[in-house]
Design a protein around this ligand. Sequence first.
Ligand code: CS2
Length: 475
Amino acid sequence: MNHPKLGNVGIVHIGIGAFHRAHQAAYTDTAMAQHGGDWHIIGVSLRSTDIVDALNAQDGAFTLIERHPDGPQARRITSLSYAIAAARDVEPVLAALSDPAIRIVTITVTEKAYGIDRLSGQIQQDHPAIAHDLAHPDKPSGLIGLLVAGLKRRKVAGLSPFTIVSCDNLPSNGVLLCKGVIDFALRIDGGLADWIATNVSFPSTMVDRITPAATQTTRADAKRLTGVDDPVAIETEPFSQWVIEDNFPNGRPVWEAGGAILVDDVEPYERMKLRMLNGSHSLIAYLGQLGRYRYVRDAMVDDAFARLVAQHMKNAALTMPPLAGIDFAQYGAELVDRFHNPEIAHETRQIATDGTEKLPQRIFTPASDLTVGSPALGTFALCLAAWMAVMRNRINDAEPGKADDLLNDPRGGEIIKALGGKQAADEIYDSLAMLPGWMPKALQNTPVWRDAVIARLSLLLADGADAAIKKEIAV
Ligand code: CS2
């Protein structure tokens, strides 16, 4: 599958949103520019067709703007060869996945598209894409179904498999995906499951680059800086990090050229980032939604809010064993600087989506790692309380029948049902904490945790976000 202009492909990427294009596509671009290699990317979009058409109309190339403090810099990325819309026709996707040239599949589909139970590693049979794909394994529509169908074709054709690289903010993302893929395969073809278990590698990764949704300003700046009008230009911060488990039996681009770090064990880096960056992001997002801060940077110029974020970083650092070569305090200070970046318009509403998917690894697991009754629990409890208050307020504010759209969460229907008009903090906590398979039992059964969340939720509901923040930083 050679592209007439761009040379040979070697990677299929599933989920070609802004984050992929600001991150892995940029690393691969740099790697090929400096070291060559047949690593152009075939991009797959699971749902959208517009982005696919727009990218193909410009031969896969797009403008990436980096928002530096002293002004934006634009770069044309050409590592993407072309794109395919799976929603239109899945056959070209399966053809790409079974192309002998493809040696790696990378993934950014967000947490909710996996359909894998975090604790057991088994697939969630009531997840819409999983349910569909189990019933139609040769015509899949979701991530796991596509991977398994692609691997099946390769096995039948006598080809070696591809390496599968999750780049989503899930803990031990490679291990989790491996378990889910094998469990799905087991249910349709035991021999295939064995083949996958023996032959496919799933390196874990930690990915980091704050990438707000593109706006009209992005497009206008791209035109001003490059002279090219690009409807799919994207913008991002200067910082970028990619820590990758070095487990690529079929080769890989020299991603180190773009600054990637290859390690034996990604987990400590992933944990640090999920707990310190993403956890603080969720705290800012839910409190920001309550306090009417549209952007992360707006919250960060509020002194009390910034102190709260620093306090949460410190608390999150307490939940982890030391990591050689990393000073958590310095890492936290750098995160605070990144959140402050006045050039980055990162909407709290964007980060506040999919709370049921994000809070377990950002809030629950670290909170469970603290000793019962530790004062450091406070900011974790405040984040959960803020999420609960946002859910309740959005339901209260919604027109009849429209609450689910406002919640922006894959478990929105369940949240609405659980809350069922409840307005008191303890009732809200008890109904939402009991969402099946969500909050770890150990935390659920800890009365100090329940009390801490309810106290903060009461204050948020009665006096608002400012009062709750002031109280927290005074503790
Ligand atoms: C954010 C992340 O939307 C969110 O939940 O916390 O997308 C965050 O911006 C990235 O993980 C940064 O690398």
